[in-house]
Write a protein that binds this ligand. Sequence first.
Ligand code: ZN
Length: 421
Amino acid sequence: MKTLLLSRAALEGRTVDVLIEGNRFKTISETPIEGTFDRTIDASGKILVPPFYNGHTHAAMNLLRGYADDLQLMDWLQNHIWPAEAHLDDPIVYAGTRLSILEMIKSGTVFFNDMYWYAPAVLRAAEDMKVRAAIARQAIETSPGVNNPTNVESNSILESMIGSCSSRVFLTYAPHAIYTVCGDSLREMHAKAADEKSYYHIHVAETRTEIESCAKLHGGMTPVAYLDSLGVLDDRTIMAHCVHLSDDDIRIIRERSAVIVHNAQSNLKLDSGFFPFKRAVSDGGCRAILGTDGCSSNNSMSMFSEMKTAALMAKTVADDPTVAPAAQVLEMATAGGAAAFGIDAGVIAEGRLADAMLLDSSNSLLVPGFNLASDLVYAADSSCVDTVVCDGNVLMENRVVPGEDEIVEAARDAAARLVRG
Ligand SMILES: [Zn+2]
């Protein structure tokens, strides 16, 4: 089994050696670990922490970063994003996803829960770059019960690929939203997800328009109540956004143990509204994690800025600075994110999957270093991340990701093709 030693790292105030055997933490010891190892990283002066788990992405949209901003939602979608997306193909999505994964690694993220077109390219990119990923079998219907043929083809390719992939990647069922997938299909996909113990990934209650049209179509119900009436809410249901929630919605989500993915920056940029953090999480007891959403509505994949925005927004919305304390927000982005997808990681401990990052303690953003959680949520950025390990593999050391130049060049070419058509 291959071995990796992180020597003399700072972990929760101690100096430790960390031995990784295969893909798990084998030994964490204050006494130096002697022996010969396949690779040793000198971690002195570095702080060892869990990396980030991004709960909701459309990774390949990194190719549309800055392409159309500061517009009304429907103008943005109908006149800019959808026409560009009409030019998507497998190589473009592969190039865009690799750019996105590069950005994620450089900002300390090792997992993303994706939903996008040409998902086999997303799966290949995740495998090639050795990160963890949940890949969507996406449904967006052209008429009730009829999935878009591009998705049908992608989903069948995904199913033929997944058997020979690493344990880092898995498939989800991903009906896009209640307004793009009919009730029968929402139920059918959930039955398959339940059969396979797979996850069910859907956009929920993102905009006011969605709330209004749901009430009109479904007898006054909210999107959460409608999904509950279909029986599709459980602890494997991953609900992106949940911006507009009634008290009853919050009770339902808590009782079903469904997972909310809070995408603070996307919600702010698209003017979707303010997630009720205090009502839903602090007081309501719902499970919630963090996501960046697609890059064209963010416009980065950094979980650092996502954490900061989520914490600040929660305080202002609740008119209470004690809401969303740093340690809680950090947990949502790390251990909570991993746990929501059944990934045995997000904590640095013997026996757990070996996902970690080393932070450069001499970076001015981490000085003087009174409270690491506060520093990570409110001050740090990607420049603090020195080394990233996922599943026992070193993805970045000294801020260098192998192949970076080629990934960036390929993404520039793909973006040009995407907007030119
Ligand atoms: Zn989304």
